[in-house]
Design a protein around this ligand. Structure first.
Ligand SMILES: Nc1nc2c(c(=O)[nH]1)N(C=O)[C@@H](CNc1ccc(C(=O)N[C@@H](CCC(=O)O)C(=O)O)cc1)CN2
Ligand SMILES: Nc1ncnc2c1ncn2[C@@H]1O[C@H](COP(=O)(O)OP(=O)(O)OP(=O)(O)O)[C@@H](O)[C@H]1O
Length: 193
């Protein structure tokens, strides 16, 4: 129910709202020191009314940062491919889910994410502890579990709209907190993550 509420609010945004927010979001994100020093970043291609990432993806690439993008696997785990500009993306529909834009080139395997410096995560909300409400597929829960198993600690940053930074989101034992949230109005960091 909570997920549906956040999605409903997003779906009220106009195409202009989404575009304007995406420009501000990219500006704010590029102020992150974690990104200034990154060689490789895992991100995702926003669709519909999600906080827009295309401006940010191109800015990262222009800085010479390697950007990995997710490919949704049948079991909801994520494979990864390199972002090579807009022409390297293909629109893919997975079952009844919303159509995604995924990298169409070589697949690097699910473990490729263990080599990144920063993970930019999608979500629907985050709370004051840095706990994230995702879409419910558990894809990023798996990614975070894989990073933990590999013993690596990239900076975890969720991209959201301002109204999606809330007091509390319900969590389960497997959920892991993020270090920061970027919204069109700024960066908020969560202590200890
Ligand atoms: N742009 C984008 N790419 C992404 C994600 C994302 O949230 N946004 N993911 C984040 O994990 C992964 C894909 N996982 C997804 C999980 C659920 C749905 C989806 O359409 N959910 C429906 C409702 C539930 C369902 O059908 O499963 C919806 O939101 O309407 C899409 C992608 C990787 N790529
Ligand atoms: N490491 C894991 N391996 C396999 N399944 C997992 C793992 N972690 C969580 N799951 C499963 O994924 C499902 C969704 O979990 P949850 O509701 O926390 O998703 P979410 O965090 O909202 O989504 P996402 O991680 O895709 O952003 C649950 O059924 C959960 O048991």
């Amino acid at each position: 129910m909570l997920r549906r509420e956040f999605v409903t609010v997003r779906n009220r945004l106009t195409a202009d709202d989404v575009r304007e927010a995406a420009v501000a979001l990219a500006q704010r994100a590029l102020e992150l020191p974690e990104l200034a020093h990154a060689r490789t970043v895992a991100a995702y291609v926003s669709v519909g009314s999600e906080p827009g990432t295309p401006v940010l993806l191109d800015a990262l690439r222009a800085r010479g940062i390697d950007v990995l993008l997710p490919v949704l696997l049948p079991d909801n785990d994520l494979d990864w491919g390199v972002y090579g500009g807009e022409s390297s993306l293909a629109r893919v529909r997975h079952g009844g889910k919303m159509a995604l834009l995924e990298p169409s080139g070589e697949r690097l395997g699910p473990d490729a994410v263990s080599g990144v410096d920063v993970v930019l995560l999608p979500g629907l909300a985050v709370d004051g502890r840095g706990m994230r409400l995702g879409r419910g597929g558990g894809s990023y829960d798996r990614v975070l579990a894989r990073l933990e198993r590999a013993g690596v600690h990239p900076a975890l940053v969720v991209l959201l709209y301002d109204s999606e930074v809330v007091e509390h989101v319900p969590t389960e034992e497997h959920d892991r907190p993020v270090r920061a949230v970027v919204t069109p109005s700024g960066v908020r960091r969560f202590a200890g993550n």
